[in-house]
Design a protein around this ligand. Structure first.
Ligand code: GP9
Ligand code: MN
Length: 420
């Protein structure tokens, strides 16, 4: 009877938050440099491993950035590609296979398409085979102008390890490409060295291994430390190329690096049991927005409200001065003033300002103590609804019914909601 469609649209409209006037357009016209930090989890930030600082550079730029300390990844089986999907669309990935493979034929209203409309030269940079995760096909659906892939990099034995090109030479050669790009450009750079099984050449080991029974966790600290050094160098490469001042740099962890298989080793490192609460809190990934001339020289700010990768798209567009009202999206501007304090993970776990819902139990967010299940029950329908509507959009390819001005084909869309 059409009321389902109305419900659907209301549910999505309610995700939107008005931009914060202090931040709206603060990075207008700048190049956008988005850096996907492979497998980087927040627990290493401002932390030590047997007395060794793990992320000295990433720690040092917190004061020079907008930093979100309770920011969660929302990926599923599609790993890096899921994080890319979320960034571009502010939709949840699906929980069956990788959406990059299963729904590359859909219509998307991507961040990339918005940026194209704002005259950006949009591109994605990753020194791996272009068809890995079906990227070459999905990137066309998102509308990227260019994909700098394996063949666009000088990759040799010397500058490779593990999965391929090391992060430092990758950054260096990416900046060479940026110099040649039409301005303004929007680049997404996907790092690779901090990837399981976390291997490095001797010369790239800045700190020793950890001493648990998990070689994976032991080496993880070392490869994270390597990535930290590579990011530090990247900032310098941008400065040397004269690209730093005119850019905004957004950096985020794509997903966890240490799975539940290493809980015993994690328990040793954290000094506490990895129960469903701790495990959920370990899904936090670092998220930085660095705006030279605005947030640097100690003018940054750390935010403790909860957020997730679905919030990236509206946050970035609002910083660039493009309002996202009316867009079909499941996140909201991280800098908005009246945010809904709810982040939903793809597997149904969720986090509010007060609670963590995991393993069918409800925990106090501050203390980690299990509390009455009822405390989470009021939020659960809203959390489930978000996943359900996002799935509906992807499985029904519903974005093909929407255009710049909102609904373009209401009749067909209506039909979608009647014939289920
Ligand atoms: C592969 C890289 C790593 O190109 O993105 O993929 P992951 O295993 O993290 O999804
Ligand atoms: Mn990854």
């Amino acid at each position: 009877d059409g009321s389902e469609l109305a419900e659907f649209e209301n549910a999505i409209d309610s995700n939107y938050r008005e931009p914060n006037k202090d931040w709206f357009g603060k990075a207008e016209g700048r190049n956008v440099i988005m850096i996907s930090l492979e497998s980087l989890q927040s627990f290493v930030i401002n932390n030590e491993m047997n007395g060794h600082e793990v992320t000295p550079f990433l720690n040092s730029i917190i004061d020079d950035s907008l930093y979100f300390e309770n920011f969660y990844h929302q990926t599923s089986q599609g790993k890096t590609s899921d994080s890319e999907f979320i960034l571009d669309n502010s939709l949840f990935p699906t929980d069956r296979g990788a959406v990059f493979f299963t729904h590359s034929g859909n219509t998307y209203n991507s961040l990339t398409k918005e940026l194209n409309g704002m005259n950006y030269f949009t591109n994605t940079m990753h020194a791996n085979n272009k068809s890995f995760w079906n990227r070459d096909i999905m990137y066309d659906a998102f509308g990227y102008d260019c994909f700098y892939e394996l063949n666009d990099y000088e990759v040799n034995e010397e500058n490779s390890v593990g999965w391929g090109m090391k992060d430092d030479p990758f950054f260096k050669q990416s900046v060479e490409h940026m110099k040649e790009m039409p301005k303004p450009f929007a680049s997404k750079l996907i790092t690779l060295t901090n990837h399981h099984p976390f291997v490095l050449d001797e010369e790239d080991k800045y700190i020793p291994e950890y001493d648990s029974n998990s070689g994976t966790l032991n080496r993880y600290f070392q490869t994270v430390r390597y990535m930290d050094e590579a990011v530090k160098n990247m900032f310098q490469y941008l400065k040397d190329a004269g690209l730093y001042e005119d850019s905004i740099i957004v950096m985020y962890g794509d997903h966890y690096g240490i799975s539940e298989n290493h809980n015993a080793a994690m328990k040793q490192y954290l000094g506490k049991d990895v129960d469903p609460y701790v495990s959920t809190q370990l899904q936090r990934v670092p998220m930085y927005i660095h705006i030279p001339g605005v947030t640097d020289e100690g003018k940054g700010k750390t935010f403790d409200h909860v957020g997730g990768q679905v919030d990236l798209r509206p946050t970035i567009l609002h910083l660039l001065g493009k309002d996202t009202q009316g867009d079909i999206q499941f996140g909201s501007d991280l800098l908005a003033e009246n945010r809904e304090d709810l982040v939903v993970l793809r597997d149904g776990r969720f986090i509010t300002d007060e609670h963590v819902y995991a393993g069918n139990a409800c925990y106090d967010r501050e203390t980690g103590e299990e509390v009455d299940a009822e405390s989470c029950e009021t939020t659960k329908p809203r959390a489930d609804e978000k996943l359900m509507y996002s799935d509906k959009i992807i499985y029904g390819d519903l974005l093909r019914f929407y255009g710049e001005e909102g609904v373009i084909n209401n009749e067909e869309l209506n039909e979608q909601f009647q014939t289920k």
